[in-house]
Structures are given as structure tokens and as C-alpha cells.
Design a protein around this ligand. Structure first.
Ligand code: ADP
Ligand code: MG
Ligand code: MG
Length: 923
């Protein structure tokens, strides 16, 4: 099909902004030409021509396209004063691929095209350099042979090595002109052998075949795999452009060179040219690593004028693109050419530093400095990560349950972890099949947690995230043997004391130690986030349960606590028994007794949270445990009871045996032994222990819930056992009063979980007010507080109007709200059907990772609208895990929320994302 639209654009005419049409490389070659940089003359064949051709490749390139190409070649001939195929003054070109998305090394480039027997001689005459001519020719034959004729590279390499060996040459440069000529002859013969045809001599035939080959490389396996791997969709890049560029030669002697550089250091962000170059070489030599390039600093000594020219090029590139550039250059006999530029890829540290410095230098303005950084990237800076320079093979893959990397010795139970970690100061990784609340002391002592079972919401994952410790969960390839203190992974094993490394960001597990890079909250990051805060409307609070969490969150810039989960405070070796007593209490008095012991502990908890966060608000959620999390396992209890029974039985047996021995006149020493053993076990004590365990088992069975997540939790617990919430409210208000007395400004907020009717809220509120009055009277001064509700039940959204009458604020708990909206239990969904749902496109994303705007988001919008109808100044925020994810934050901004609350380490991400949300849609 003949195309009537223009498909080929000279560098002087192509639209430098149109990367879809011209590819990234082509668009930038046009742009650089148009702003007056020294780019060798050339043109771009558009991606649209590639797609047209690929629709019917058997028909070859359309005649009309080749017409355009010929016209453009004539223009290049004019600009260079050379002739394509002219033996007296040959024009040589490169044919280069380049799509809208950079796919480094995935598609092909051919250099020195236009050479044949005749033009080769012309080139040798023109340069007076036979060695150079043959070197260029053999490179061309090999590249063209491989890319356009499909001959295996190794065919050429083997022949080349043989000639090198025969000539006793160590390096390519050791070969003479004569020897290179031999190489060319051998290569031409190889092409004939492999294709049954002579090497194409006609430059236009060469060009046509080369263009087709580059087009075809778009569908090559390498390129297709790459696009799949990096999720490059047709919307992002469709087809490759072809760039035809006049050759310039960095291998024309000691006054020539080639190199690649970043306008700033991509590892540190330092404002200094960073890169390397090779004297007397072609571009591919730098990449191929045939010779070791020199650091760019050396250029100032070797070619001072060129160093100045390069510094100018660098400034022009940055001032124009207003972004760090990664560029290719070639120096041909004292002339500097720029062959390619693109935005530099950098790590988080470098992105942040360059953002701040480019603003200070006046290269960009603050908005751009914020917008050029993807918020998620900042997470890199806030967790230890594996040293990117280390190559290591992982032995198992689990879920990336809590980000960060850690090395330490493997330890298989919490007590050992505490012993080795806390007491002996060793770095330990706690390795368990799964963890339970009673393992909590092991978490404190460990540098990281690894489990072989459980998902991203397993106890291990949730607790580790809360503590900001790395965790890999559900690494099913590992089988843990606690008894033998070892774990098996495939054919290897690791024992207690052996060092392992986990990467909670990727979910990978390694045997041995791998160096990690520590997180840093740099001055630049703090400056940048200060700018972010100035643009953002959403305020960023933190989810924090302990003073340590709170301190860290504050350091990261949180302006309050949006969620303090009191059940987390109970996960402590000293408190857990009291909490269990409270739960299993048979009478109100027993329960009160446990609560009385918990009250001072909780008051101290809250007081230190208030102190750390003063004068910012601290939102405390009243207890919301799935009760089973605190109780011993029924099966374990059953086993223990059985063991005790066996013991009792054994004790009785010993009694009988002792009697029998007397009758049988057994030896004294034997009788003595039996007697001693009998005395070791006091049947009455065993009885008592059994009775206790049985009582507990009865209670556990009584409290058993078929579906604890939908069971007796949250405010339902608070209503059925009002004394629990009363204790907590008292602790909160007394802590606030204590702080106020000490002159510390506090803003306590009390939040009720799992509410579905206004009546629930009203009942809790009434008791809060009673206690408030009591505390005010006792301390002689009232402490102001705010009272609000979690919105995490669908009905709560629907009843937002009446809830707003009882609440000063709403706080969306989007983890539970998502479960409730989809009727998905998260753990089951993620482990069973969600992956398939995502693969088959039924759901675009995992709604537990990416807030579901259409469903959950719609409910949120309704609740905000209805709530504010009743109470226009209703304060609304989000405290689910989504609160730390940029896309969800953008939604919260649009939905008119006042704040987001997220885990401490996500606070910087959220601050930047909140600024992005506010800046979205601005030019
Ligand atoms: P890639 O995208 O893999 O980097 P390129 O098209 O940029 O491929 O080219 C490969 C190498 O050839 C680069 O080092 C580049 O600088 C060099 N090169 C490409 N075109 C020319 C040219 N016209 N003159 C000199 N060197 C060139
Ligand atoms: Mg390149
Ligand atoms: Mg909840």
C-alpha cells in the first residue's frame, strides 16, 4: 500500500516533541539539530512506516517510502558535499533503530553503510589511511551480515580471531592494514558461503535491506521479550523509527575519540560531567568493552579544547532539556559531534540532589523539580537495600512483605532470637514457618523476618511492616525444622547461626551475607519535601503504634498520627497474659481486675505518643483485635493437655511400681531411683495444670469464630464489654491531662473501629463524655479532644449522614473497606484467585495495593459528600495502606480528603505524591 503521508523527516524538520512518531532517538536528533548543536546531517523514517511495513513484510518496503528516502539522501549529500556510492568522495551513514521508549541494546544499528569495493578505495584515498578504511569495511560487513543478512556473529568472530592469532596480534589495533584487508576478504567470502550471494555492492540496496532489518528487529525475540518484561504497551511505543545519520569517525587518529557521558553523576547526583571515552575508537568499542575507556576528567589533559567544547555541549543540553542528559559524542579530528541524547536514568539519591541543585542553579523551577521524581522512587532512600553492585543468586522467592534488606544469622525461634540478638548483640534473622503474637519479642530482637507460610497480611508481614523491619513472607520453597534448628531449601540447607540475607523489597532470600546500603534522609530530601508540602493540600500523617514509630514518622515529616492501633500495644510478653485474662474473664470483676492493671500501662503508652508528637494531633483507635490473635491455639492446648494426662498416668504408674518393688524385694538403689522419680511429679499439681488448660480450652472454643474478621471485633467488642473501651478512653484522657499539666500541647483524637450504625457511635460517645467529665474534674481542667469513626464497613458509607452527626472526623480504613466492598477476604483472594483475575484482565490491579476508585472510591466519595452535607467542616482522611500509595493519594486529593495517614517510611513518598496530586493538570 502506497503511503501518501510524509514518513521521512530531515533532522531540520522533524518535530522534536513527537517521540511516538520519530522515536526517542530520532526526535532528539531533530531537536538537537534545530537548537544548533553539532549533529551529523541525517533523517528519520517514522514509526508509522515501520508499522505499515510490518503489516505486510513480504511486500518489502513501499516504493513511495524509498522515493522519500532517496530525496532525503540527496539532501544529505548536498549538506555534506559527499556522494552516496560516489567512489571519489563517498558518503557513509549509520542506520539506527529507536522507538518511543528507550530499549537499550534491544534492536540493531549498522555503521559505515555505503562502503563497497569502489567507495572503500575512495575512502582510503580521501583519508590517506588504508588501515582505517579496511577497519571500517570489516566492521560494516560483519554488522550488515549479522543484522541484515542474518548471519551468526560467531561466524565472523571466529574468522577474525583466527587471523589475529596468525598475525600474533593481541588486540584489534595491533592488526595492520594488510591484515585487515585479509579480514575483509575472508568476511566477504563468508557472506557468499552463507547466503549463496555476493555481498550487496549497491549502496541503495544496502540501505533498503538495512531499513527492513531494523524494522524487523521490532518484532525480534529480544525486543518482544524486553517489552513484555518492562510492560511496554503499544500505547507507550509502537514500532521503531529508523535514523540514517552521516558517519563521523572517532577512529581517525589521536585527535579523534568517542564517548558517552551523563551531564551529572547518576549515582550521586553531583553536578559534574560523568562518563568515559576512548581515543581513536568507534562508539561501539566503548560499549563492547574491548578496550578500557578513560574517565571523562582526563579529556582536559588530553584534548583541552575538546574538553571545553564538551562542557559547552553539556550546558546547552541541560539548559534546553531541563533534565539530566545521558548522551553519546564523537570527536573527529578536533570536531565534536553529538550523536544521541536522552533523559538520564538515576537512582533516588541522585534524582533528589539534582532536583534541588537544578532549582538552585535556575535550570528548572520547583514544580518541575517535584514532578520529575516518581514518588515511589523515594522509598529506595528510606530502607536499607542490597548493594546494587553485588551479584548474587537467590535461593528462594517469597512475598515482598515489608521492604528493606537485611543480613543476619538464621534463628528458628523467638527466644533464641532474643538471646542472640538482644543479649549477645548479634544480627539475627528470625526464620519461622509462620509467626504468632507470642513471637513478638523475637521481632524486636531481629533485623528481619522470614516465614515459609502466610501472605502479605500474615501476622509476620503486618507486624514487620509496623516496625519497619524487612520481611519476606510465604517463601514456600523453604521448609523449616525448628527441632533441628535448620531449614532446607531445595538441595541446600542452612542451620542456626549461618548467615542469610533477605530482601523484603523483592521477596528474595539468599544464603550468605550481602552488603546493604543504609537509608539516608538527606538535607536535599528535606528541602525537596519542604517544597512539596508548600504545594500539597493533603496533609500527611503517620500510622504509628509506638513512640519509636512516631519519632521516625516525625523525622520523615509526618504532621501527626492518623492511626495508633492499640491492639499492637498489647502484643508484648508482659501484657499479653493480662490481655488474655481480660478476654477470658468469667466475671465483670475478673475483667475489671485485668483492666485495672492495663490502665497505667496504656496511659504511659499514650503519654509518650503525645509527647513525641506534640503539638500535632494523635489519633488513637480503640481496640479492634480479631480476638483469636490473642488466644492460644486450640490444637496446641489439646496436645498439652494430652501430654499432662500422660504425665499424670506415668506418675500413678510409678506409685504402683514402687509398691510392687517392695513386695519383690528389689535392690535398694533401684527402689531409691523409682521413689525419687515419683517424687518429682506431684499429681495434685498436674491435676491443677490440667484443669487450668481445660478451662482455657473451653474458653477458646467458646470464643471460636467461624469468620473472625467479620466477627466479634471492633466496636462490637466495645459494646458487649464496655469496660474495655472505658479503660482505654480513660487512659487516653488521663494521659492528655498529664501532658497538659506538664505544659505539653496535645490534641488527642479518639477513633472507633468497625462502626456500622450511628447508634453504636452514640453509645461509645456517651461513655467517652462521662469519662471526660470525670477526668476534667479530677485534673481541674478539661482537655479538648476530637471524637470520630473509622469508615470501613459498607453500611457506614451509606449512613454517612447520621454518622457525621456523632463524629468530628471520618477516617477511611480502606483495607477493611476493600474487603467489605468486594466481599473478598484479602488473604484468600491474594493466595487463590486474584493473580488469575489480574492476568486475565478481570481486574486491572490488586485492589489491596491500588485503591479501587470505581467501587471503593465511589463509596468514599458518597460518604464524604453525605457526611459534609450534615457537617461542612467534617475532617476526612484515609488510614488504610493505600494512604501511602501515590495513585490512591491522587484520588484522595480529588475526593476532597483533608489528610492521608501511612506507615512512617511511606511518609516522604506520600508528601511528594500529595504535591503531585495538587500539581496535576498544571502545565
Ligand atoms: P544504541 O541505541 O544501541 O546505543 P546507536 O544507534 O546509538 O545504538 O549506535 C550504536 C553506536 O554507534 C553508538 O556508540 C553510536 O554513538 C555509534 N554511532 C551511531 N551512529 C553513528 C554515526 N553516524 N557516526 C558515528 N558513530 C555512530
Ligand atoms: Mg546509543
Ligand atoms: Mg480495620
Amino acid at each position: 500500500m502506497a503511503t501518501t503521508t510524509k514518513s521521512v523527516f530531515a533532522f531540520e524538520e522533524g518535530d522534536g516533541k513527537d517521540k511516538q512518531l520519530l522515536g526517542g532517538k530520532g526526535a532528539n536528533l531533530c531537536e538537537m539539530t534545530q537548537i544548533g548543536l553539532n549533529v551529523p546531517p541525517g533523517f528519520v523514517i517514522a514509526t508509522s512506516a515501520c508499522l505499515d511495513y510490518l503489516a505486510a513484510p513480504e511486500q518489502g518496503l513501499p516504493a513511495a517510502l524509498m522515493e522519500e528516502v532517496r530525496a532525503q539522501m540527496r539532501a544529505v549529500e548536498e549538506k555534506t558535499g559527499k556522494g552516496f556510492g560516489d567512489p571519489d568522495n563517498p558518503l557513509l551513514v549509520s542506520v539506527r533503530s529507536g522507538s518511543a521508549m528507550s530499549m537499550p541494546g534491544m534492536m540493531d544499528t549498522i555503521l559505515n553503510l555505503g562502503l563497497n569495493a569502489a567507495t572503500l578505495q575512495g575512502e582510503i584515498r580521501a583519508t590517506g589511511d588504508a588501515r582505517f578504511g579496511y577497519d571500517a569495511y570489516r566492521r560494516f560487513i560483519q554488522l550488515f551480515g549479522k543484522v541484515a543478512l542474518g548471519i551468526d556473529d560467531a561466524v565472523f568472530d571466529t574468522a577474525f580471531e583466527a587471523i589475529k592469532r596468525a598475525a600474533h596480534a593481541r588486540q584489534d589495533v595491533d592488526l595492520s592494514a594488510r591484515e585487515l584487508e585479509q579480514v575483509c576478504e575472508r568476511f566477504l567470502a563468508l557472506v557468499r558461503e552463507h547466503t549463496g550471494q555476493p555481498f550487496p555492492e549497491d549502496p541503495y540496496q544496502q540501505l533498503e535491506l538495512a531499513i527492513q532489518a531494523v524494522f524487523n528487529s521490532w518484532q525480534g525475540k529480544r525486543a518482544v521479550d524486553y517489552r513484555r518484561q518492562f510492560h511496554i504497551t503499544p500505547e507507550m511505543a509502537n514500532g521503531t523509527a529508523v535514523n540514517v545519520v552521516t558517519m563521523v569517525f572517532g577512529n581517525r587518529g589521536e585527535d579523534s575519540a568517542t564517548g558517552v557521558a551523563f551531564t551529572r553523576n547518576p549515582g550521586t547526583g553531583e553536578n559534574r560531567l560523568y562518563g568515559e571515552y576512548l581515543v581513536n575508537a568507534q562508539g561501539e568499542d566503548v560499549v563492547a568493552g574491548i578496550r578500557t575507556p578513560k574517565p571523562i576528567d582526563r579529556l582536559a589533559d588530553e584534548m583541552p579544547e575538546m574538553a571545553t567544547a564538551l562542557a559547552e555541549l553539556r550546558d546547552k543540553l541541560e539548559r534546553h532539556y531541563r533534565e539530566v542528559q545521558d548522551f553519546e559524542f564523537t570527536i573527529e579530528r578536533g570536531q565534536l559531534y553529538c550523536l544521541q541524547t536522552r533523559n538520564g536514568k538515576m537512582n533516588a539519591t541522585a534524582m533528589v540532589r539534582t532536583s534541588v541543585e537544578m532549582v538552585e542553579e535556575g535550570v528548572i523551577e520547583r514544580e518541575r523539580a517535584l514532578l520529575r521524581i516518581a514518588p515511589d522512587l523515594l522509598e529506595q532512600m528510606l530502607f536499607p537495600r542490597l548493594d546494587p553492585g553485588v551479584v548474587a543468586e537467590s535461593v528462594a522467592q517469597g512475598l515482598p512483605a515489608s521492604p528493606g534488606a537485611a543480613s543476619g544469622i538464621a534463628v528458628f525461634d523467638a527466644d533464641r532470637a532474643e538471646q542472640l540478638g538482644r543479649e549477645q548483640g548479634l544480627k539475627v534473622i528470625l526464620v519461622r514457618e509462620e509467626t504468632k503474637p507470642e513471637d513478638i519479642h523475637g521481632f524486636f530482637a531481629a533485623a528481619g523476618i522470614l516465614t515459609s507460610r502466610g501472605g502479605k497480611t500474615s501476622h509476620a508481614a503486618v507486624v514487620a511492616r509496623g516496625m519497619g523491619k524487612p520481611c519476606v513472607a510465604g517463601a514456600e520453597g523453604i521448609s523449616v525444622d525448628v527441632e533441628r534448628r535448620e531449614a532446607r531449601v531445595g538441595l541446600t540447607r542452612f542451620r542456626e547461626g549461618e548467615t542469610i540475607t533477605i530482601d523484603g523489597t523483592s521477596g528474595k532470600v539468599y544464603i550468605g551475607a550481602i552488603a546493604t546500603v543504609e537509608p539516608e534522609f538527606t538535607a536535599e530530601l528535606s528541602t525537596l519535601l519542604g517544597w512539596a508540602d508548600a504545594h500539597a493540600r493533603l496533609r500527611v500523617l503517620a500510622n504509628a503504634d509506638t513512640p519509636d514509630d512516631a519519632r521516625r514518622a516525625r523525622r520523615y515529616g509526618a504532621v501527626g498520627i492518623g492511626l495508633a492501633r492499640t491492639e499492637r500495644m498489647f502484643n508484648d510478653v508482659e501484657r499479653l497474659p493480662i490481655v488474655i485474662e481480660m478476654i477470658v474473664a468469667e466475671t465483670p470483676e475478673q475483667r475489671q481486675d485485668a483492666l485495672d492493671r492495663l490502665l497505667p500501662l496504656q496511659r504511659a503508652d499514650f503519654q509518650s505518643l503525645f509527647e513525641v508528637m506534640s503539638p500535632n494531633p494523635v489519633t488513637i483507635r480503640l481496640l479492634d483485635p480479631p480476638i483469636h490473635e490473642f488466644l492460644p491455639d486450640a490444637q496446641v492446648l489439646e496436645r498439652e493437655i494430652a501430654d499432662l494426662r500422660a504425665l499424670e498416668c506415668g506418675a500413678r504408674g510409678l506409685g504402683v511400681l514402687a509398691g510392687a518393688m517392695g513386695l519383690l524385694h528389689a535392690e535398694d538403689t533401684l527402689r531409691h531411683e523409682v521413689d525419687r522419680a515419683r517424687r518429682l511429679v506431684e499429681p495434685a499439681l498436674v491435676e491443677e495444670a490440667i484443669a487450668k488448660k481445660e478451662a482455657m480450652l473451653r474458653k477458646v472454643r467458646l470464643l471460636y469464630e467461624t469468620n473472625p474478621m467479620l466477627g466479634h471485633r471492633g466496636v462490637r467488642l466495645g459494646i458487649t464489654f464496655p469496660e474495655i473501651y472505658q479503660m482505654q478512653v480513660r487512659a487516653i484522657l488521663e494521659a492528655a491531662a498529664e501532658c497538659a499539666k506538664a505544659g505539653i500541647e496535645v490534641h488527642p483524637q479518639i477513633k472507633v473501629p468497625q462502626v456500622c450504625t450511628a447508634q453504636e457511635l452514640r453509645m461509645v460517645r456517651a461513655s467517652v463524655e462521662t469519662i471526660h467529665a470525670e477526668v476534667a474534674e479530677r485534673y481541674g481542667a478539661p482537655v479538648a479532644f476530637r471524637f470520630g469513626t473509622m469508615i470501613e464497613v459498607v453500611r457506614a458509607c451509606m449512613r454517612a449522614e447520621s454518622l457525621a452527626e456523632e463524629a468530628d472526623f471520618f477516617s477511611f480504613g480502606t483495607n477493611d473497606l476493600t474487603q467489605a466492598t468486594f466481599s473478598f477476604s484479602r488473604e484468600d483472594a491474594e493466595n487463590k484467585f486474584l493473580p488469575l483475575y489480574n492476568q486475565s484482565g478481570i481486574l486491572q490491579d490488586n485492589p489491596f495495593d491500588v485503591l479501587d476508585r470505581k467501587g471503593v472510591g465511589k463509596l468514599m466519595e458518597l460518604a464524604v459528600e453525605w457526611g459534609r452535607r450534615v457537617k461542612p467542616n467534617l475532617h476526612v482522611g484515609i488510614c488504610g495502606e493505600h494512604g501511602g500509595h501515590p495513585d490512591s493519594i491522587a484520588f484522595c486529593h480529588q475526593a476532597g480528603l483533608d489528610y492521608v495517614s501511612c506507615s512512617g517510611p511511606r511518609v516522604p513518598v506520600a508528601r511528594l505524591a500529595a504535591a503531585h496530586a495538587a500539581l496535576a493538570g498544571r502545565p
